[in-house]
Design a protein around this ligand. Structure first.
Ligand code: CP
Ligand code: NVA
Length: 320
């Protein structure tokens, strides 16, 4: 099996900043293999005897279940650790938690509010750490999205991807994913809700190598024109309920993906959403449940890319 080359003793994936284009394509290739094998009901024991720790501070449906199922399908097992149930809740430091858990586990996936906390966890863990969603990034989602786009469009390079709505955690990694694989990305968001400036700068630098172009606008119609892929996400991410009124005012009705907006995209454009969706807010039911929508393929692909990611990370870790 081809491994993630840059790994010396262990490698973390906290955002797509941590993965180069060659590694992205290795993950997608292995994920496609796993997907084909799962269709033939073939299972693997590549991670037999390995244990994944899952530290979750926020709720999750897809991330939790796809990681758990993926690990079982590869012959390994998981320990689910809600942050309420471990000593973190009583004030044990992230650093000591990371050191202790590394004595038992082969890999950790963490869904924490604060990205800096995941960075601290990764710095002190001696096993690979995967970000299962922080306030700033969601790398596993975008790996699954890239697999979905590749399946639907038979390529990535040169495609026009449009993000409509909040320049949030999912959007940040989408910008990086597009930049690293040669897809153009147009982000349309209200002023003040743009993706991270650092991410856009990094993306533009990557784009000089891959030909990807990044544009940020507040005009959804301009961004949607000629799109191959239209993507959105909730306007109110986990933990932002207190901003509900201000956010709904900033985003609605202008930044909703509806049939009118989809008409501006290419005829064969696809619609994507990481889920969970709020129908009638960021997307209308006729779009998410319509012909262009590939949200269920996208959700399924979480399983396949995460299996690939775990295999590549765990198998390259020294002593694994
Ligand atoms: N897309 C996603 O990460 O879904 P969950 O929040 O259900 O894990
Ligand atoms: N942006 C959303 C993604 C959920 C998968 C959130 O952070 O809640």
């Amino acid at each position: 099996m081809k491994t993630l080359k840059t790994c010396l003793s262990k490698k973390d994936v906290l955002s797509l900043m941590d993965v180069n284009p060659e590694e992205i394509f290795s993950i997608l290739k292995l994920a496609s293999r796993f997907k084909k094998e799962s269709r033939r009901r073939k299972s693997d024991s590549l991670l037999k005897g390995k244990v994944l720790g899952m530290i979750f501070q926020k709720p999750s449906t897809r991330t939790r279940v796809s990681f758990e199922t993926g690990m079982y399908q590869l012959g390994g097992s998981v320990v689910y650790l809600s942050t309420n149930d471990i000593q973190l809740a009583r004030g044990e430091s992230i650093e000591d938690t990371a050191r202790s858990l590394s004595l038992y586990l082969n890999c950790i996936v963490a869904r924490l509010y604060c990205h800096v906390d995941i960075q601290r966890l990764a710095m002190y863990a001696s096993v690979p750490v995967i970000n299962g969603l922080s306030d700033t990034f969601h790398p596993c989602q975008i790996l699954a999205d890239m697999l979905t786009i590749q399946e639907q469009k038979k390529k990535l390079e040169g495609l026009n991807v449009t993000w409509i709505g909040d320049g949030n955690n999912v959007c940040n990694d989408l910008v990086l994913g597009c930049a690293k694989t040669g897809m153009n990305i147009a982000v349309a968001c209200p002023r003040g809700y743009e993706p991270s400036h650092q991410v856009v700068m990094l993306g533009k630098r990557e784009g000089q190598k891959t030909g990807s172009e990044i544009s940020i606008t507040d005009d959804p119609a301009a961004a949607a024109r000629d799109a191959d892929v239209v993507v959105t996400d909730t306007f109110i991410s986990i933990g932002r309920n207190g901003e509900k009124i201000t956010r709904n005012k900033a985003f609605l009705p202008r930044y909703q993906v509806n049939t009118e907006l989809m008409k501006l995209a290419k005829k064969d454009a696809i619609f994507m959403h990481c889920l969970p969706a709020t129908r009638g807010q960021e997307v209308t039911s006729d779009v998410i449940d319509g012909k262009a929508s590939v949200v269920w393929e996208e959700a399924e692909n979480r399983l396949h890319v995460q299996k690939a990611l775990m295999c590549l990370l765990i198998s390259t870790t020294k002593g694994a």
